[in-house]
Write a protein of this length. Structure first.
Length: 91
């Protein structure tokens, strides 16, 4: 899957560069960073294929779209605390 992320702006309003990212089919990618660095917003922008219509002003374009899913596991999943790991993975 090829994704082009046209720069928007981060929390500090600094402009982001345009990035072209290629993710091989079947590859699992993790986005990591400090608290408040914009990881969740980046994933949300990718998931909704932002078109300068989100808080970051990013534009996300998929050059080649795979049938794989984009998933977000948030730190705020309190409803999952009663599940065993296997149950969570089955969901």
């Amino acid at each position: 899957m090829k994704i082009i992320i046209y720069g928007g702006h981060g929390r500090n309003k600094e402009k982001e560069p345009v990035k072209k990212i290629e993710i091989p089919v079947g590859r699992i990618v993790s986005i990591i960073g400090q608290t408040g660095s914009g990881k969740t917003q980046l994933i949300n922008d990718i998931n909704c294929q932002a078109n300068r219509n989100t808080i970051t002003n990013r534009k996300i374009v998929f050059e080649k779209l795979s049938k794989n899913h984009i998933a977000l596991i948030s730190q705020h999943n309190m409803f999952l605390t009663d599940l065993q790991v296997g149950e969570f993975l089955e969901i």
